[in-house]
Design a protein around this ligand. Structure first.
Ligand SMILES: [Zn+2]
Length: 188
């Protein structure tokens, strides 16, 4: 899954799957932040319609639905065996054509991971934006190298900001002193 998400740069279909994963995870993050609502159906979520976060969640859910409109699947029992039937899901486009493309399989895989509570672990590295499967809940980087890079750039950023604020404050002080001098001169 992660390998698939990291491939197909510039491929519109793969980008669609990537956006779907981002949307689902963002929706999850927003609702987790308010404490998950106890509902088993979408129309049991009236509180979603209230407030800014509710609108965001609704927009995300609409986009998620839209992505899945491209995937129609039908269970197909192929043949009985001693230990049960061999079965598979057959994927179709909305106009009825059978499809075996990777996009349909990814859409189904994303669904499976989301329902299984694992999709949140499929995320983008904070530094290089490559996709990864997080082994720990708080893992944000694909490698030690990226964690190091991010740490260094944030340290550099902080140092630059500190230097800028120092210059800024010195500038203000000089201006105050100058104003004071001018005011004193006028009074004389
Ligand atoms: Zn990385």
């Amino acid at each position: 899954m992660v390998r698939a998400l990291n491939g197909g740069r510039g491929d519109r279909k793969v980008e669609g799957v990537r956006q779907l994963v981002r949307d689902i995870n963002e929706c999850d993050r927003l609702l987790a932040g308010r404490g998950y609502p106890r509902a088993t159906r979408r129309d049991e979520l009236p509180e979603l319609r209230i407030g800014e976060c509710g609108e965001q969640v609704e927009a995300l859910m609409e986009r998620i639905d839209e992505a899945y409109k491209k995937l129609l699947c039908q269970p197909k029992l192929l043949c009985p065996t001693k230990s049960g039937w061999i079965g598979e899901w057959e994927y179709r486009t909305p106009n009825g054509r059978t499809v075996t493309g990777p996009t349909q399989i990814w859409l189904a895989a994303v669904y499976g991971l989301a329902v299984g509570g694992l999709l949140g672990q499929v995320r983008e590295c904070k530094a290089c934006k490559r996709w990864l499967f997080a082994r720990r809940k708080d893992q944000r980087f694909c490698s030690g190298g990226c964690r190091e890079k991010d740490y260094r750039s944030s340290q550099e950023g902080r140092a630059k900001r500190t230097a800028y604020m120092r210059r800024y404050r010195n500038g203000l002080r000089r201006r105050d002193e100058e104003n004071l001098r001018v005011a004193r001169k006028k009074r004389k």
